[in-house]
Design a protein around this ligand. Structure first.
Ligand SMILES: C[S@@+](CC[C@H](N)C(=O)[O-])C[C@H]1O[C@@H](n2cnc3c(N)ncnc32)[C@H](O)[C@@H]1O
Length: 174
């Protein structure tokens, strides 16, 4: 509960909670907890896979979710985040400087994956880290986590405009 409150606090700082329209989780149990926590009429709750999420959204929130996603569904999930047109992606997850895997404390049948998930986005210059907050930095690599906000920027902002190689060569000859 304490964790949940901290999370809500963090998101409220970056986004108006009233604007959240849809909640998706693979587990019906998680969806029921979410419904109890945020019983709003205009909020849609769906059971489903992240890589099959449909709709257009300005903001996508992945709170301690990427660590759970089976690795063969990680790239399809990134694709879906991109396809829904989100301007902002809020992520909270473990953030060690190594690639780690361990058994989940919530479910012994689940292997979770810890890595710096910012890298999934920042390899594309049109996704930029807008804000980040690190937690548990002094507790060691198994605990360190961070919350961050990815902002999608225009291609003009992302890429430096350069003359073509032909124009460059012409420039050199003259
Ligand atoms: C640690 S819990 C976090 C739950 C919730 N986001 C929160 O903040 O309390 C991880 C959740 O990810 C969900 N999950 C795992 N893989 C998923 C996937 N491929 N698509 C959607 N949800 C998934 C699990 O069902 C689980 O509820």
């Amino acid at each position: 509960m304490e964790d949940q409150e901290r999370f809500v606090d963090q998101v409220v700082r970056v986004v108006d909670m009233a604007s959240i329209k849809s909640v998706l989780d693979l587990g019906p149990k998680s969806i029921n907890i979410a419904k109890e926590f945020e019983p709003k009429e205009n909020l849609k709750f769906k059971v489903g896979y992240s890589h099959q999420a449909h709709g257009r959204f300005d903001l996508v929130i992945l709170n301690m979710v990427l660590q759970w996603i089976p690795r063969h569904l990680l790239i399809p999930t990134l694709n879906q985040i991109d396809q829904c047109g989100a301007t902002f992606v809020f992520i909270k997850d473990f953030r060690p400087q190594k690639f780690l895997s361990s058994v989940s404390v919530h479910n012994p049948n689940v292997r979770i994956f810890k890595q710096d998930y910012r890298q999934m986005f920042t390899t594309f210059p049109f996704f930029q880290v807008g804000w980040e907050e690190v937690e548990y930095a002094t507790r060691g690599i198994d605990f360190i986590r961070s919350s961050f906000l990815i902002k999608r920027v225009s291609l003009d902002e992302a890429y430096e405009d350069r003359p073509s190689v032909v124009e460059n060569q012409r420039g050199k000859k003259s």
